[in-house]
Structures are given as C-alpha cells and as structure tokens.
Design a protein around this ligand. Structure first.
Ligand SMILES: *Cc1c(COP(=O)(O)O)cnc(C)c1O
Length: 423
C-alpha cells in the first residue's frame, strides 16, 4: 500500500469531509520554505504550514536546542516543580511583551491558550464576588476549536452543530475602515446591556476570516471603552505573534495594552506544540488568596514541557536576529510592490498587506462560501503548480516563512496572477 492508501484506511483529518475530499499529499521532508512529497515533487510552503513556521522547515538551530534539551531533561511535571527552560521563556517574554504583562501560564495549543484566558476572565469576577458572565467577541472571529474558544468564534460552520451549548458570547462588528463608529457603539451597547467579563479579539488581523485587517487606533479605542467599564481585554495573538505583522506582536502597534495575551503557533518555530497565556499582575492578584478555591484550577499534563521551552527560546533568539528582522522587512516591501501591481486588476476587489501577511480578494459571480467551488479550483491550481496556499472562499492570502527567498516569492506571486486569470 502507498502512504495515501494507508492514510485513508487509518486516519481522520482536521476540517475534512472524507467522502468528498481529495486524498492528502504525503510529505516526506522539508527544508527552508520547501516541502517534498513521497514522489519527490517540490512545493513552496507559502502559508508556513498554518502560520507556525517562520524560520523554515527542519531548522538546524532549533533542532540542536531540542536535542540538547531532550538529552538533559525531556520533561518533568510542572505542578510542584519548575525548571530553567520555563523560567527563561517567561523572563524573555516579559522582556518583549507589552510592559504590563507580568505572569506566564503554559498550555499546549492556541485553543487552550484562549480557553485559559476566557476561564480566567470569568473566574476573575467570580473571585471578586461580581456576577459577570458574558464574553464579547468580533463577528467572524476565530479563536480555536475547544468549547470556550468555539463559543468566541464566529465562523458558523465550525460551530453550528453546538449552538445552544455555549457560554454567553455577544458579537460586535470589526472596526474595518469606515465602520469604526458602528463597532464602538456596538461595544458600548453590549457593555450597557450585559454583565461583561471580557472582550477577546484578534489584534489588527483576523486570520481565519481571510486576513481581514483593521487599524490600531480603532482597537485602542475599543480597549479604552473596555477599561473604562472594567471589562478585561484578551489579545489573541496566536496567529499575529512573533513578527507576522512586522512588529514582534500586533499589540506593539496599539497605544493601549490588553489584560491578557494568547500565544502559540510560531512560539516554537513550528516544531513542538506549545502555548502561553500572559497576564497582568492585577489579574494574577485576583487569584492570590488564602482561600484555595480562588486558585486557577486549570492545567495540562505537558504544561511547560522543557523541550518545547528550549525550542521557544531558540526560536525567539532567531526572531531577534538582524537577519530575520531584515527578512520580514524584505517580504513586506515585496508584498507592497505586488499589491500595487495586482490591486488594479479588473478581477481583483481589493488587496491588503501587513508585515509578511498579504491577501487579495478575487471577484466572483456567485457568493463564495468558505469551502466553496472557487476555493477548491484555486487550491487545486496552486497544488498542481507546486505551491501550498489555502484560499478562504475568494480570498487568497500568503503568509510565508520569513526565510522565503525572493525567487520563491516571485513564483508564488506569478502563480496567484495566473490563478486570477484562470478562475
Ligand atoms: C489557530 C488559531 C487558534 C487556535 O489554535 P490551535 O493551535 O489550532 O488550537 C486560536 N486563535 C487564533 C487567532 C488562531 O489563528
């Protein structure tokens, strides 16, 4: 049996209708921005394998750090014990995160980072004896697939089977250009009419919605409204963190600071699943008490896995090198050039860029759904041409590893131009 035959015998893939989907491609190795399948066909990974891999596949520096840690201390429980890699990650993050972030809580993936933040927002008020149980989130948000994260997510077919089983979430419009006031008014209205505990948002870019972007000034205003009403703010930087927007964190563009930040995806350079939720001292203090019931009773078996921590440390060091910062600026400049060229095309509705993130919306005769026919046609065209891109409906986006070469980038642009002609 081939790998793909064995796969269809044994495996269940994420976000996949197995009856109608094509068989998956078996990848046998990766290097830099490239992947090779079992027949040695080459692919450019133009979405950094779901936004996790900024420094390239099979990165030697991160691999060495992992190996060294594996042969020193691979894992130890984090309840009642601690270790240097976790302390080093915490110290490093507190140095580079927005200044008010003081406490670091480890978990395993983006969804759990969000789950922790939402539970902390709810328990924060419980501990203070205040009844606040509503969470505010954006329309079309994506925060993950565990229950509280799903509740906060607004992309309906991810969550439709579970309606009626969620915590209370009220949605407000995203303050995209021209709709800022609507968003501010909706937030004020929700806060007046509900007992709101927290507001969770993807800062500046809504990834899964199709790289929908909005301005830092608008987000600052929303955070201000929350602060005035003592509503806790949660910046979900799972996608935007670690350089994607051009700065280390999307929140670095925003004049206001959030109460909590969720991190995962690029945290370990795309090697080991790990996530972190960060908090202000003030949030932490609401759990600090002689009463054991006020503690945060949340944890995961692999919390603060030392090997993951070693990967995160190596990864953050790589991000901070001049070379990597120059790569981010190079890709941003290149995207802006491509945007200028493509946005005037008669079949393009709009194009946008922030940091290494680029997105283009293509005109379509029909209303394109998330996994609609245009999406399938585009996806297949890119795969045939050796490029990994996963369009969202009629939106094609690029989120390359920072080490992608100019030549590889040009090939991605050229294939997108051909795809626009084709559909
Ligand atoms: C991917 C993502 C998540 C969920 O992360 P997982 O690791 O897939 O659970 C949460 N929030 C945002 C903004 C994401 O992009």
């Amino acid at each position: 049996m081939t790998l793909t035959e064995k796969d269809s015998q044994y495996l269940w893939h994420p976000y996949t209708q197995h009856k109608t989907s094509q068989t998956p491609i078996a990848i046998s190795r990766g290097e830099g921005a490239l992947l090779w399948d079992e027949n040695n066909k080459e692919y450019i990974d133009a979405i950094a394998s779901w936004w996790v891999n900024p420094f390239g596949h099979s990165n030697k520096i991160i691999a060495d750090a992992i190996y060294k840690q594996l042969t020193t201390l691979e894992h130890v429980l984090f309840g009642g014990f601690t270790h240097e890699p976790a302390i080093n990650v915490a110290e490093k993050l507190i140095e580079i995160l927005p200044k008010n972030q003081q406490k670091i809580f480890f978990s395993d993936n983006g969804s759990t980072a969000v789950e922790v933040a939402i539970k902390v927002a709810l328990q924060y008020f419980f501990n203070k004896g205040e009844k606040r149980t509503t969470i505010i989130a954006f329309e079309n948000a994506f925060h993950g697939d565990t229950f509280a994260a799903m509740a906060a997510s607004g992309i309906s077919f991810y969550t439709q089977a579970f309606q009626g089983m969620f915590i209370d979430v009220v949605r407000i419009p995203v303050p995209i250009k021209g709709q800022e006031q609507e968003s501010f008014d909706a937030l004020r209205n929700v806060i007046q009419n509900h007992n709101c505990a927290g507001f969770i948002f993807e800062p500046l870019v809504q990834g899964a919605a199709g790289m929908v972007m909005y301005e830092p000034e608008a987000l600052a205003k929303l955070i201000q409204i929350c602060s005035q009403n003592k509503v806790l703010t949660i910046a979900d930087e799972v996608m935007t963190g670690f350089g994607k927007t051009g700065k280390t964190f999307a929140m670095d563009y925003v004049s206001e600071v959030p109460d909590m930040i969720c991190l995962s995806k690029a945290l370990t350079g795309g090697t080991i699943p790990m996530a972190i939720t960060t908090f202000t001292q003030e949030v932490f203090d609401a759990f600090y008490d002689d009463d054991i019931n006020k503690a945060l009773f949340h944890g995961h078996t692999f919390t603060a896995n030392p090997t993951g921590c070693a990967a995160a440390l190596a990864s953050i060091d790589l991000l901070q090198t001049e070379e990597m910062q120059a790569n981010i600026q190079r890709i941003n400049a290149s995207h802006l050039n491509f945007q200028k060229k493509i946005e005037k095309h008669s079949k393009v509705i709009t194009a946008r860029t922030l940091g290494v993130i680029f997105a283009v919306e293509i005109k379509s005769d029909s209303d394109e759904s998330y996994y609609g026919s245009m999406r399938t046609k585009l996806y297949n065209f890119f795969i045939e041409n050796g490029i990994v891109l996963r369009p969202v409906g009629n939106i094609v986006y690029i989120l390359p590893p920072y080490i992608m070469t100019d030549e590889q980038l040009q090939k991605v642009y050229k294939t997108i131009e051909e795809a626009i002609e084709m559909v």
